[in-house]
Design a protein around this ligand. Structure first.
Ligand SMILES: CC(C)(COP(=O)(O)OP(=O)(O)OC[C@H]1O[C@@H](n2cnc3c(N)ncnc32)[C@H](O)[C@@H]1OP(=O)(O)O)[C@@H](O)C(=O)NCCC(=O)NCCS
Length: 126
């Protein structure tokens, strides 16, 4: 078990009672330690990561992920993080596009700490 608020709070988008989309904000500095190295950030930097995005196929392309990530951006600012980061496979056009729409900047593509090839996106929050 873990404390969700201090690990990876999960946000949902609903159509009535039906959960149609989800997004997570990873905030555990322990979990994110290796990614700080990938992004060239000092270990003392406080970062949050956008991830865990999934929208039901029939609800895609409606702006659900973009909107959830905009909410997460505001939460990350309020919680005092220095940077917001995210990673997406270069072929995942939908993921890459949502990150750019939310304002994250592409900073390179490489194999990251978990061994996967990823496009790296980052936004300085303060
Ligand atoms: C990636 C995903 C989360 C995007 O969610 P979404 O709610 O459909 O995204 P949005 O509606 O906010 O899309 C934002 C922009 O990206 C575009 N886009 C979304 N998916 C796209 C795709 N597959 N190909 C091209 N463009 C795409 C949208 O058209 C929109 O652009 P626009 O504003 O210019 O019209 C969704 O497609 C999904 O669940 N995919 C499967 C799981 C996955 O890959 N998750 C991410 C990796 S963990």
């Amino acid at each position: 078990m873990f404390d969700e608020e201090n690990y990876a709070p999960l946000y949902g988008a609903y159509d009535g009672d039906k959960l149609v989309g989800m997004a997570q904000l990873y905030v555990s500095q322990t979990m994110l330690a290796d990614f700080k190295k990938d992004f060239g950030l000092p270990s003392s930097t406080k970062i949050a990561e956008l991830g865990g995005n999934l929208v039901l196929p029939e609800y895609r392309g409606l702006g659900i992920t973009t909107n959830l990530q905009k909410i997460e951006l505001e939460i990350a600012k309020q919680r005092g993080f220095d940077y917001l980061i995210s990673m997406a496979h270069p072929d995942n056009i939908g993921s890459c596009k949502t990150l750019e729409k939310v304002g994250l900047k592409f900073v390179g593509g490489q194999k990251v700490a978990n061994g996967f090839l990823r496009n790296l996106y980052m936004l300085k929050l303060k």
